[in-house]
Design a protein around this ligand. Structure first.
Ligand code: UD1
Length: 433
């Protein structure tokens, strides 16, 4: 298993370019299942989860064409012949978002067999809302041998009210409803920019959707969708991660190619902390020489503070003068990074869904373990400000969602390298974010 070795203390100076959003690319790739024609996706990040999804679609019979050279972030998917409408346990266990194929598969082919996601590093993450919604759309659902099987001659429009806001649940049912017979109204939908990006792609493919960007989506089902070309939105979580890194390392960092309008809750919180920011249409400049004030956050659905930025914010809170309270409202077990931050010198007390962070505590390099994707990002940031050397184990978590992170950080002055094991052990199968 690879490890990252980081020597802290260098100010980050220069420009980092943000990649396409993994969480927008994954549903966009699943949307290709809805049509026989090619779907051309640009700005696809080169991260492990994207490879997993490509393998998943290819196993179903999708033709996948990857761009080279300057077009290396382009992926063309053509699902003309779908031979095997199944998402196997082997793939679903490493990436829970594989369940995104459930809705489009049953809508297009009349059947889908998708493994239930297994044990999960950030809490129990059921897919009951995907299943209930598909049942409302007329699918017959059975469960056997750890798999969910969905069948329907043709899905029928329905009225769906989500009991709880779910991002991939909204995306899954939105895709399914585009090919249903009649109108579907979905209430209490997730409003994350990634949901909006998917809806915009579906409209380009011929879907009829009203209310895009709001919590009520109205879908008028059509018989067929066609191919389209679409550019994936920038990754707001990657941008936010680098903004926090810049705020803590005392340099002057330009985050380029991001969409600051997707970063509202984070940027206003950082301003409260006293971080010096200059925001433009597609750049955020962060000047990290200020003394930081503490502040509290509560994770919420978009446009609230994102749970995917909670771990990175906790690292920032360790460097603020005073006490910050971090409340995690979305997932019940998403504080695993706290223990590792404590090992680096942080003062953090966990009380259920609340973490009380007392700062400012100097951090010192240590051997730490990444437990999930965003937890690993918080440890990278901590390592960049720590005194001495930090070795982060289980780097495969970060490779799931951050494109060329070492290269990007090294280019702005970080001392970071990757070391591999001579005799790699097998990565443990955990499904996260
Ligand atoms: C997506 C993101 C992930 C992010 C999360 C919350 C992708 C690929 N992943 O995950 O990075 O952390 O949104 O912003 O986009 N729930 C149920 N039943 C369901 C579905 C969800 O109870 O059927 C619960 C979950 O356990 C959780 C909450 O709803 O407590 C929100 O989960 P959800 O929005 O579905 O997260 P994901 O879509 O899996």
């Amino acid at each position: 298993m690879d490890k990252l070795v980081i020597r802290g203390g260098n100010p980050l100076l220069g420009t980092i370019r943000v990649s396409g959003a993994k969480n927008a690319a994954l549903p966009a790739m699943a949307a290709a299942l809805l049509t026989e024609e090619p779907v051309i996706l640009e700005n696809i990040p080169q991260v492990r989860d994207i490879i997993t999804e490509r393998n998943l679609l290819a196993a179903m019979g999708a033709e996948v064409e990857l761009g080279y050279g300057r077009a290396q972030h382009r992926t063309t998917l053509c699902c003309r012949h779908l031979v095997n409408p199944e998402a196997s346990y082997e793939l679903v266990k490493t990436m829970r978002a594989s369940t995104l194929v459930l809705g489009p598969l049953v809508a297009r082919t009349g059947e889908a067999r998708v493994s239930l996601p297994g044990g999960c590093a950030i809490g129990a993450r059921p897919i009951d809302l995907h299943i209930k919604g598909l049942e409302k759309l007329g699918a017959e659902i059975t469960q056997e041998h750890g798999y969910i099987k969905a069948q329907a001659k043709r899905l029928k429009g329905a009225h769906i009210v989500f009991e709880k806001i779910t991002v991939t649940g909204t995306e899954d049912l939105l895709m399914a409803a585009t090919l249903a017979d009649g109108d579907t109204v979905m209430e209490n939908c997730a409003r994350e920019p990634e949901v909006t990006d998917l809806a915009n792609l579906l409209v380009k493919m011929g879907a009829r959707i009203d209310g895009i960007g709001t919590s009520t989506l109205k879908i008028h089902g059509v018989e067929k969708l066609h191919g389209a070309k679409h550019r994936i939105i920038p990754d707001r979580i990657e941008a936010g991660t680098f903004i926090i890194a810049g705020a803590l390392t005392g340099g002057d960092l330009m985050i380029q190619g991001c969409d600051p309008s997707h970063l509202g809750a984070l940027l206003s919180k950082l301003e409260e902390n006293g971080v010096k920011l200059r925001v433009n249409s597609d750049t955020v400049r962060v000047m990290g020489d200020s003394q930081l004030k503490p502040s509290d956050i509560t994770t919420e659905e978009y446009p609230g503070f994102p749970t995917d930025m909670q771990a990175q914010y906790m690292t920032l809170a360790t460097q603020c003068e005073g006490t910050s309270v971090v409340v995690e409202n979305i997932f019940e077990n998403r504080f695993m990074h706290a223990q590792e931050l404590v090992r680096m010198g942080a003062n953090i007390k966990i009380e259920g869904r609340r973490a009380i962070v007392r700062g400012r505590t100097p951090l010192s390099g240590a051997a730490v373990q990444a437990s999930d994707l965003r937890a690993s990002a918080s440890l990278v940031i901590a390592a960049l400000v720590a005194e001495g050397e930090t070795i982060i184990d289980r780097v495969y978590h970060i490779d799931r969602g951050y494109e060329h992170i070492e290269e990007k950080l090294r280019n702005v002055g970080a001392e970071i390298k990757r070391i591999g094991e001579l005799f790699p052990r097998k990565a443990s199968p955990v499904a996260v974010s």
